[in-house]
Design a protein around this ligand. Structure first.
Ligand code: PHE
Length: 463
């Protein structure tokens, strides 16, 4: 049998996992979700979700992926089947394999149908920053102009997807690993540069609008303003940013050997991502928008915060072309190294379940993604920037479906697989010993918290 691809180096693996997690979620989605859900009021359920769901489910997914990997299955269905078989008859276990596989498949395909577009916007805006195309223009008008020019949209989006296809076609160790080893360090350097810029930004418009106000908005806890809606949004953001509930952490972890560490590596993924999210991501878009646009407009920025509010700022900032280009290139790298994981997930599915050669598989996925992305291009509400399809999908998939799949993860990989087996798997080859008090968090608290969030938000939705 042909040897299955493996990560070539530890560093490559950690950078790939960090690249998988660190994405547009950190720099585009986190600031706008935090802004629309009350800043400091959002951060409370955010950290609760990080410890009760983020870290536990990250471990669950690393364990699931490595466990499935040794059977040569890169995809989720078979792995869920094998795990469910610990407590169910094979026939019933098949159902869990099928549901899990289909859930993961739907999440990745739906997510990427809009995510890749935002990756494309980032490529376009990198180019527009270098040429100064949006300078001196109204930022909303400019984005509208860009989106209504289908040819232009297609070039930047199609080019990004094609590059992804090339990288994935080269394989895991020879493709993905090499690309992320360049992009991830560059991403950190770019982010740190922008944070330094944002920290030193007074407001040229009104003296009371300094970037410090943005930090206060985000870091001043306001317990009384926490709601179910913000708690679900926060949990959804934790899932989104850590790439949980998508099947892609499992997919990357399936390229591990049976004795490779998952406990410390999972924790490292969370830490690298959270550093990039709350420290770096939280110190760029919001403070910069606060300084130049004032609190109200900064908070109302919504989905457009990164692509409308910030261009508006760069054009008025000394060295704006450079900082603009750095910001959008950062977004592009972040989006690219995440999308590559989604891309690989589908390619691996074709390769391992349908025995299609990797390069051909990558080409099929390329075409599939272009078709899946068409609703965003054809969406008539893009003319008003409502982007109905994109926003609805981001809410449904990004805040809801991910959490559903996360719950499913725990049911199968912890409950059906049996908590003791799970705990043992987690510690196989582990560099650290996870303290015993964390076990009940994974086994009981995480699923209960997830169920409460799902029920609460469903009720809010129908109210
Ligand atoms: N964690 C990724 C992010 O923050 C989520 C993601 C991965 C989304 C892959 C889409 C595709 O952006």
């Amino acid at each position: 049998m042909e040897q299955r691809d493996r990560w070539a180096t530890k560093l490559g693996l950690i950078l790939a996992m960090a690249g998988n997690a660190i994405g547009l979620g950190n720099f585009w989605r986190f600031p706008y979700q935090a802004a629309v859900n009350g800043g400091g009021a959002f951060m409370i359920p955010y950290f609760v979700a990080l410890f009760l769901l983020g870290v536990p489910i990250m471990w669950v997914e690393w364990v699931t992926g490595r466990y499935g990997g040794k059977y040569g299955h890169g995809t989720l269905g078979p792995t869920f089947y094998l795990m469910a078989r610990e407590s169910l008859k094979p026939r019933s276990a098949v159902i869990f394999g099928m549901i899990g596989g289909m859930l993961a498949f739907s999440v990745t395909t739906l997510l990427n149908s809009y995510y890749l577009h935002i990756v494309g916007w980032s490529a376009a805006y990198t180019y527009f920053s270098i040429t100064g195309a949006y300078f001196g223009k109204d930022s909303v008008e400019f984005l509208l102009g860009y989106l209504s020019n289908n040819m232009q949209v297609f070039i930047f989006w199609g080019l990004s997807v094609a590059l992804l296809g090339i990288a994935v076609g080269q394989g895991v160790s020879k493709g993905i690993e090499r690309w992320v080893k360049v992009m991830m360090p560059a991403l950190y350097v770019a982010a740190i540069l922008l944070v330094l810029r944002s920290l030193t930004l007074g407001s040229p418009v009104k003296p009371e609008w300094s970037s410090i106000k943005g930090f206060e908005f985000l870091w001043e806890p306001r317990f009384s303003e926490v709601t179910f809606k913000s708690a679900l949004a926060a949990a959804g953001q934790i899932f989104f940013t850590l790439s949980l509930g998508m099947g892609i952490i499992q997919n990357y972890a399936s390229y591990l050997g049976p004795e490779d560490d998952v406990a410390l590596s999972g924790l490292a993924t969370v830490s690298l991502n959270e550093f990039a999210e709350v420290i770096l991501g939280g110190s760029i878009a919001i403070p910069i928008a606060f300084a130049y646009l004032g609190p109200e407009k900064a908070i109302a920025g919504g989905v457009g915060l990164a692509y409308i509010a910030l261009p508006n700022v760069f054009m008025r900032m000394p060295g704006g072309q450079l900082f603009g280009a750095v910001w959008f290139l950062l977004l592009w790298f972040a989006g690219f190294t995440s999308a590559i994981a989604m891309y690989n997930y589908l390619t691996a599915l074709l390769e391992e379940d349908l025995k299609i050669n990797r390069k051909t598989g990558a080409a099929i996925v390329f075409i599939l993604y272009l078709i899946l992305g068409l609703p965003v291009v054809l969406d008539p509400t893009k003319a008003t920037l409502d982007l109905y399809y994109l926003t609805e999908l981001d809410n449904w998939v990004g805040s809801y479906l991910l959490v559903v799949l996360g719950l499913f993860d725990i049911i199968v990989a912890v409950w059906l697989f049996k908590p003791d087996n799970f705990w043992e798997e987690l510690h196989k080859g582990a560099y650290i010993k996870v303290p015993g008090w964390i076990k009940p968090i994974i086994v009981y608290i995480a699923p209960i918290y997830t169920i409460i969030l799902l029920l609460g938000s469903t009720r809010d939705y129908y109210k």
